[in-house]
Design a protein around this ligand. Structure first.
Ligand code: FPP
Length: 256
């Protein structure tokens, strides 16, 4: 498939693009409720929004996109809803895989997906294997993901190495630690987008978002458009990122 690149990239500054965008896709349920539909229809519309945004990110040549599809806490939802989410995950992977692969996208999963139903595991394994050597956008799908669990897993793995005297405690620094996270060897998100207006992080990428710019919109995820994505990027490009330091003007004054 030939991708039309011209219009979308013209409205953002190509010199200051985020390398990694992470998205909390919230509001599927509220979208459905507003339309007097069952919540599952909100998730279906959410899946269409996801396809749209993945395509927009490909057009923008984004190196890494991460989406929060299912959290470790989402198991608490009614069984019917969980089953439906698993069903559309399989549908998404099966329907989109060929095109994602043709677009050189590398699919990756954040989270322990071996706790998901067999059909999901098989669909994911197929997608991971098929796209493993792709060199285009990394598309991280966070599934059965929780950031605290991810950090604990990393600590346990490092503790074993220390116990076996393969690593000295003094050699454990931030970059060493990052290699034990699901996002190893990827840049941290520059921009974290959350839809549906909630002002919280919900146990998503706690380590990786230390210096991410947050962009929150009241739009519900199924309504999130390519233009919303571009607006988030334009707003990001206007921000001054100081990473805890100072921006000094010509006279050496701090403009913080
Ligand atoms: C939050 O909305 C969304 C989710 C828990 C699931 C996200 C899933 C999708 C976007 C479907 C497509 C994903 C894949 C990978 C196929 P919510 O249900 O919490 O909405 P609410 O807060 O309005 O109730």
């Amino acid at each position: 498939m030939v991708i039309e690149k011209k219009d979308i990239t013209e409205t953002v500054n190509n010199m200051n693009m985020p390398k990694h965008i992470a998205i909390i896709m919230d509001g599927n349920g509220r979208w459905a409720k507003k339309k007097l539909m069952p919540r599952t229809m909100g998730h279906r519309a959410g899946m269409s929004a996801l396809k749209r945004i993945v395509q927009a990110c490909v057009k923008l040549n984004l190196p890494v996109l991460t989406v929060f599809a299912f959290s470790t806490e989402n198991w608490k939802r009614p069984k019917d809803e969980v089953d439906y989410l698993m069903k559309i995950l399989v549908e998404f992977v099966n329907k989109e895989l060929t095109e994602l692969h043709e677009q050189n996208i590398r699919i990756n999963v954040l989270g322990d997906y071996y706790c998901l139903p067999r059909q999901c595991q098989d669909a994911i394994d197929k997608a991971l294997i098929l796209t493993t050597n792709n060199t285009g956008m990394i598309f991280n799908i966070a599934l059965n993901y929780g950031a605290r669990a991810e950090i604990i897993k990393a600590v346990r793995e490092i503790a074993v190495l220390v116990k076996e005297e393969k690593v000295l405690p003094k050699d454990i620094d931030e970059s060493f630690f990052s290699n034990f996270l699901f996002t190893r060897e990827m840049p941290d998100p520059d921009l974290l987008i959350r839809t549906a207006g909630e002002m919280r992080i919900s146990n998503f990428l706690l380590w990786q978002i230390a210096y991410s710019e947050l962009w929150i919109t009241d739009k519900l995820w199924p309504d999130f458009s390519e233009e919303d994505l571009l607006q988030a990027i334009r707003d990001y490009q206007r921000r001054e990122r100081r990473f805890g330091g100072l921006i000094l003007d010509k006279e050496g004054d701090n403009n913080a």
